[in-house]
Design a protein around this ligand. Structure first.
Ligand SMILES: Nc1nc2c(c(=O)[nH]1)N[C@H]1C(S)=C(S)[C@@H](COP(=O)(O)O)O[C@H]1N2
Ligand SMILES: [Mo]
Length: 600
């Protein structure tokens, strides 16, 4: 094996000693260039004082480059109703339609005979938990979307090719970053609302997801054990004509009689069935479709269900939920409020005010939690980070153990546009090196290793080459495929020989993070032995360009983009992440409350 700069290959022992010392000193210096993060969020200075700018009204692309502003849907829906109501009323005067409605009045009590009448208490509690959790899931989900406010159908994330955006078109600037592209949301809508708080929004979203899923599993089990499933699973084709009939009756503003205590009408049945048995599972599957680790592992699925397809689907599922909630609440309020609220909040079938008051208390609880969630998150982000990582951490850890393998993509899959991200290096040290084509560049590797080394680009190019065509998953949501050329991390580790207590590999950058102090990130050493863990000095067959991390960057494909440190100047092997920087495992972990394992 070719081992440049190892003692055996070196001309003199003195030189070797000085090389070891230089590497050790350099890495000590890198450590001192780190800054600790804050433990609370000041909106003015957050994320490098990123201005709190909003995006534009959501719009959908029509054809090649025309954009339809979705706010138009409001007047369109209003006009639609104005037209549909008299139309439905007219229809009901047509004898054939009247006969049809008589034949299919909306519901058949036989459908849910197996469930018995009324609602058990567990169902009321489930209903409450679901609506409570949904508030945070949707708000945090919108916050995540706001960090890359564009949706695409293919993994390429090419500007202009998105089908949905709530941001202006991407500017011409060739170094425009995804962070600059993020938008703020009103703090009552987004969670926590502030621009580029995706790390915290993810804890909320994924953390409440875990609870929501557990609740969902209990719900499914109880539904089938108690026979309540008869209420929400259509078992007869009659449901369809009855749904059509209900629709006509609703639109004509002459409601069918409410029989919810006994049986749901066809329209309700279909809406509930789709929500419980289609939308909820689809939310999970499309959510997991965005995981870098799972996408890399289940290539056959992810070739079709790419991260961007999954993201778009995930968004559409949310739209379904929002439309469902809006319709559901409207119907509850307009088809006999007190009786309806008694059903779900008091388990009784009368017109007393009991259900209303229980509902009112429930809404106060939801309202307080809604109102408090953003301010709490900004004041106690470390708590959110810790609780979130307790809930979702085990899954992140588990998914990172996938057997990532090369060969997923070929040259034809390379993305025509690859987003930039992060803060570009601008130190004199970096500029001097870059100006001379990095001839004086030395990668310093030290820490808990047998052989600290310094490697020039020439040394790196002399090592066994490694190449991979892989997909990048930015935490913000964009993705892209590129070909990376360089050296496998296994080669590097074999060269320096880690001590047995070396658990983490820390990468230091020439570039600063958003709040000052150099950018860094730590990876578990076992992931660095993975087939797709490498140091790249080439991208798509050319020397790595400035914006993408010249002269050297990391690739570890089971993790998200922020862990792929660019402009690397040094590597340190350490026993624990708590001894480096703020102790959370990387710059974004310290400063922006990200998680140190992000395989989802
Ligand atoms: N030094 C440094 N490396 C960094 C960042 C940064 O800000 N500084 N940003 C990270 C993030 S968030 C992403 S998504 C990727 C983006 O890599 P690209 O610009 O090559 O697409 O780099 C990562 N590496
Ligand atoms: Mo990123």
């Amino acid at each position: 094996m070719d081992h440049p700069r190892r003692s055996e290959d070196r001309p003199g022992a003195d030189d070797q000693v000085s090389q070891t010392e230089r590497a050790q000193q350099a890495v000590r210096r890198f450590r001192s260039e780190l800054t600790l993060g804050e433990d609370s969020i000041d909106t003015d200075t957050w994320a490098g004082s990123i201005p709190q700018v909003y995006g534009v009204a959501p719009r959908v692309r029509v054809g090649r480059s025309r954009w339809f502003n979705l706010l138009w849907l409001v007047p369109i829906a209003a006009v639609g109703l104005v037209v549909a109501i008299p139309a439905a009323q007219g229809l009901r005067n047509v004898p054939a339609v009247a006969d049809f409605i008589e034949r299919y009045p909306g519901a058949d009590p036989a459908w849910s005979a197996g469930a018995g009448t009324g609602f058990p208490a567990w169902l009321s509690w489930q209903h409450f938990f679901n609506l409570f959790l949904m508030v945070f899931i949707v708000r945090a989900g919108l916050q995540i979307l706001a960090d890359h406010p564009r949706l695409y159908w293919t993994r390429h994330s090419t500007p202009g090719h998105e089908w949905f955006r709530m941001q202006k078109p991407v500017p011409e600037d060739p170094l425009w970053t995804a962070k600059e592209d993020s938008i703020r949301l009103p703090s009552g809508v987004g969670l926590p609302g502030v621009r580029h708080t995706i790390g915290l929004a993810r804890w909320w979203h994924l953390g409440t997801d875990v609870v929501f899923l557990l609740n969902g599993v209990v719900f499914y089990v109880l539904l089938f054990v108690t026979g309540q499933w008869h209420r929400v699973v259509p078992t007869s084709w009659d449901v369809l004509p009855n749904a059509a009939s209900t629709m006509i009756q609703y639109l004509s503003l002459d409601w069918p009689p409410e029989k919810g205590w006994v049986v749901y009408n066809g329209l309700q049945l279909i809406a509930y069935f789709v929500t419980v048995f289609v939308a909820a599972p689809l939310a999970l599957v499309s959510g997991l479709g965005m995981s870098p680790a799972l996408s890399t592992r289940f290539r056959r699925i992810s070739k079709v269900l790419s991260i961007q397809f999954a993201r778009s689907l995930h968004f559409l599922v949310m739209v379904w939920f929002l439309v469902f909630i809006a319709m559901h609440v409207t119907m509850v309020f307009t088809t006999g409020l007190l009786n309806n609220l008694n059903h779900m909040f008091a388990g009784r079938n009368d017109d007393s005010w009991v259900g209303f008051w229980v509902f009112a208390v429930a809404m106060v609880v939801v309202g307080i939690a809604w109102w408090a969630a953003s301010p709490f998150t900004l004041r106690h982000p470390r708590v959110v980070q810790r609780v979130g990582s307790t809930l979702i951490g085990p899954f992140e850890r588990w998914f990172a153990h996938v057997d990532a393998q090369p060969g997923e993509y070929d040259e034809s899959d390379i993305s025509p546009y690859f987003w930039h991200n992060g803060r570009y290096p601008d130190s004199a040290e970096y500029r001097t090196l870059a100006d001379s084509g990095f001839v004086d560049y030395r990668l310093e590797i030290s820490g808990r290793v047998e052989h600290p080394v310094e490697l020039s680009l020439e040394d790196l190019r002399a090592l066994p080459p490694h190449e991979q065509i892989t997909q990048h998953f930015c935490i913000q949501g964009w993705s892209g495929v590129a070909k990376w050329g360089g050296v496998s991390m296994t080669t590097i580790l074999d060269l320096v020989e880690p001590h047995p207590d070396a658990e983490w590999v820390v990468f230091y950058s020439f570039g600063e993070g958003a709040d000052g102090g150099i950018y860094y990130d730590a990876h578990p050493i076992e992931e660095m032995r993975g087939e797709l863990a490498m140091l790249a000095f080439d991208m798509n067959g050319e020397p790595l360009p400035f914006g993408y991390g010249a002269p050297l960057r990391l690739r570890n494909e089971v993790q998200l983009g922020f862990k792929q440190v660019k402009w690397i100047k040094g590597i340190e092997l350490v026993a624990g992440i708590d001894e480096v920087g703020g102790g959370y495992g990387g710059y974004n972990e310290d400063h922006e409350f990200f998680g140190y394992r992000q395989a989802i």
